[in-house]
Design a protein around this ligand. Sequence first.
Ligand code: SF4
Ligand code: SF4
Length: 247
Amino acid sequence: MKKMRVAIAGLTACSGCQLALLNCEDELPELFEKFAFHFFPMACSPALLEGEYDAALVEGCLSMPHEKELLLELRKRSVHLIALGTCAVWGGVAALRNGEDREWLRQQVYGHNPVASETFEPLPLHRVVKVDAAVTGCPPEKEELLRLLAGLTRGALPVGIDYPVCTECRMRENLCLLTERDMFCLGLLTLGGCGARCPSLGVPCEGCRGPVPEANLAEALEIYSEKGFGRITVLDRLRRFCPEWKL
Ligand code: SF4
Ligand code: SF4
């Protein structure tokens, strides 16, 4: 069977999403039978773009000109381009301060170091290229990555999840941290798929998977308000992972 040609690239991010893939240690031998990772700078060298790709998986947001060039090149060469992880899908923490004076921010962090002079306001991938599918998460769940790759071997793209973390949390019969413990949990408005990882450990959801589509915002805001968390507080918290989030 012909192996699928795959490119895996990292832009502005922590490399955690690529690492999540490399951490699939038990599955890697089988993956290498089905996929040829022709461009995967984090794991293989030399890292040269060559020919066409069946799929490009891209982690991170865009904040530098060379990243934009790489992304455009990957788009041109790839049948499918997949945004991998919260930064690629939503902008993530790098885009947290979008909207504030960029020059001032640059000075605060880098002073007069010219290295940072060419950075621009961080953007999720869909703002620059067509994205065929997205696997969100900080990082994505291992099972999601494996499902994505298994689907690609059949020419299928992942179907987006459309339910909130709360759904999974209730299925696990967890005590609700928001309603029972008055903790600021964002599960109501956050895309599921993580199996309610944090609330299941007694830690409120921080919204790392981004917004759930068609959330009942009015009701959610009313519940938060009853617990003492106002609209601005909710929005500020949600925007840590998805700076474009609007309420
Ligand atoms: S603990 Fe959080 S995720 Fe779980 S049901 Fe309550 S609000 Fe939803
Ligand atoms: S519970 Fe919330 S913060 Fe935790 S992994 Fe899931 S989406 Fe992310």
